[in-house]
Write a protein that binds this ligand. Structure first.
Ligand code: ZN
Length: 366
């Protein structure tokens, strides 16, 4: 076989050389163009011969690459996202209802039980639950119970020294968005929290915190919902980096105990829990919101009156439904009808009206 190739190589090379030598002898002006063309032809020929003689080796490399890409959803979320979500969805309900649900309570903090809503007895279990499957909810009334400092309609919060900046735009003018605007910061698997990102925490109630610049709008939204007869409850707003990491690793272990390989467990976990360093809860701009009649962080919340009210009105207070249904292959996170992200009123209005997600907003406007 090799001998045949050698013979073919020689024959072909000689044919090419003879052909071009003839042309060059006839016309000396064509010497350099002929040398160039001859070199190119022979180079291509030798490359093809190389691949032909090493075909098995290259097929193996190609298969290895395809296998690696298909098993790394966290690296290539868009490529493998669709199929991955089907698998995630199957196990999702059986295992845990939400990426966020376990994170609500910091272990070292002992919340005051008297602050818990009376209606939900199950909540009282949370303080001694190692799994922290229970969580802590605060409604508008709870938040205002012992805090007289919030004034509706006033953008100032008394623990905030900073004015909440509302860019007032003339009616006809298209809003202009700035990629350095803190409200628009994009945080996801591909865009971890920037190293230089800084913010100040404000207190919602007790140990429940979020970026202090969004508290006034949050209170205004709860108030507006209340006026429409809907009692919203906030849970799990700001979350520490350690807590996010703890939760992520715990979920991986849970999947592995069910027979998943580490890679599969990581892949599935990354679709239901945000990767540490990539959660909006870590920068205090995300709130998980439910209602007094539906307290679970589950898909069903989207079908409740409160869920529908939020989709319709949250943008008026600067919030968006961050992980909408049908956008999973872009956001990399399953549909979460309870997870709302603050982006400011202008951006929120555009995002909700155009039915796009924050990633698409960035592509289009920033
Ligand atoms: Zn959340």
């Amino acid at each position: 076989m090799k001998a045949v190739h050698k013979k073919m190589k020689k024959t072909f090379r000689e044919k090419v050389v003879n052909k071009f030598s003839g042309i060059m002898k006839k016309n000396r002006l064509l010497k350099y163009p002929c040398l160039f063309v001859m070199t190119v032809i022979l180079t291509i020929y030798y490359i093809c011969m190389h691949f032909a003689t090493n075909v098995k080796r290259y097929v193996c490399i190609a298969f290895s690459l395809v296998f690696f890409m298909s098993s790394c959803s966290f690296s290539f979320a868009v490529l493998s996202g669709q199929q991955g979500f089907i698998n995630a969805q199957e196990t999702y309900n059986a295992i845990v209802e939400d990426s966020d649900v376990e994170l609500a309570v910091e272990k070292e903090v002992t919340p005051d039980e008297s602050l818990l809503p009376d209606t939900d007895g199950a909540l009282h279990e949370f303080a001694d639950s190692e799994e922290t499957d229970g969580t802590d909810f605060y409604t508008l009334d709870d938040i205002l119970e012992d805090t007289q400092s919030y004034e509706y309609g006033n953008e100032n919060v008394d623990n905030s020294e900073e004015e909440i900046s509302e860019e007032v735009m003339p009616e006809e003018q298209e809003p202009v968005f700035d990629s350095s605007d803190w409200r628009l910061v994009l945080v996801n698997k591909q865009h971890p929290i920037p190293d230089d990102y800084s913010f100040s925490l404000g207190i919602i109630k007790d140990y429940m915190r979020c970026d202090k610049r969004i508290i006034a709008d949050t209170i205004a939204m709860l108030q507006a919902a209340k006026e429409d007869g809907i009692t919203l409850q906030i849970q799990s707003p700001y979350r520490t980096d350690d807590r996010q990491e703890y939760n992520f690793n715990k979920k991986i272990k849970m999947y592995m105990s069910q027979g998943y390989s580490y890679m599969d467990a990581y892949k599935t976990t990354s679709q239901v829990v945000t990767v540490p360093g990539a959660s909006e809860h870590q920068i205090g701009l995300a709130l998980d919101i439910t209602s007094d009649t539906y307290t679970q962080l589950e898909r069903g919340f989207g079908d409740t009156e409160a869920g529908k009210w939020l989709v319709e009105h949250s943008c008026e207070y600067g919030f968006i439904l961050r992980y909408p249904e049908g956008k999973e292959y872009i956001t990399g996170i399953i549909y979460e009808p309870w997870h709302f992200r603050y982006v400011g009123k202008d951006a929120a209005t555009v995002i909700m009206q155009e039915n796009i997600c924050l990633e698409e907003f960035w592509d289009k406007y920033l």
